[in-house]
Ligand binder design. Structure first.
Ligand SMILES: Nc1ncnc2c1ncn2[C@@H]1O[C@H](COP(=O)(O)OP(=O)(O)O)[C@@H](O)[C@H]1O
Ligand SMILES: [Mg+2]
Length: 166
């Protein structure tokens, strides 16, 4: 949580942030947890996909989403990350092939302290933080589970495309 809030306290300066790099960093940091099952994160986003915001909190957002995907997926599963530009927005899709979210829980996953994980494993704060980071960046988040063509979960995040101010 300390990392999550680092850099948020100051003047809230908005800088151009490359989401491709945030995702690479999140994948790298998760790969350091050698005691967790291995997951194949496929970063299919174009390099230099810019939004304006905070690089550290945006990296934390991806860490939270990717670690949830990993927790829900069998070892060696893929997690696919792609993005497209749409009317001045960058729309990011994060799709896993895990066990999905039960229909009775789907409306609650962004609630603080909502978790289906055993005590000691889940805090229920990961997606609440994701939600507030998305809001702080003027974005929007949706979740679909199970994904239409089968199993797994997809998170869809839309951010205003970053204009690079110098
Ligand atoms: N990719 C996913 N696949 C299946 N369930 C998920 C996924 N992401 C989130 N969830 C569900 O949402 C709950 C809340 O997630 P989160 O806020 O990160 O808390 P935590 O991971 O500590 O449980 C999880 O406990 C799980 O039930
Ligand atoms: Mg979590």
């Amino acid at each position: 949580m300390h990392f999550a809030h680092a850099g948020q306290a100051g003047d809230g300066k908005q800088l151009p942030v490359d989401l491709f790099e945030c995702i690479e960093e999140a994948i790298h940091l998760l790969s350091l947890q050698k005691d967790r099952p291995r997951i194949h994160y496929n970063n299919m986003m174009a390099p230099d996909t810019l939004v304006s915001g905070n690089e550290q909190t945006l990296t934390q957002l991806f860490i939270n989403l990717f670690s949830n995907a990993r927790d829900a997926s069998p070892p060696e599963s893929p997690v696919d990350i792609r993005a497209e530009q749409q009317n001045g927005h960058i729309v990011i899709h994060i799709r896993d092939y895990g066990y999905g979210i039960a229909p009775q829980y789907i409306d609650r996953v962004f609630e603080p302290f909502f978790t289906t994980k055993p005590a000691g494993q889940g805090t229920g704060l990961g997606l609440a933080l994701v939600y507030s980071i998305v809001e702080d960046h003027g974005g929007h988040i949706d979740v679909i589970s199970p994904v239409k063509d089968g199993m797994g979960t997809e998170f869809i995040i839309s951010f205003p495309a970053g204009n690079v101010l110098t």
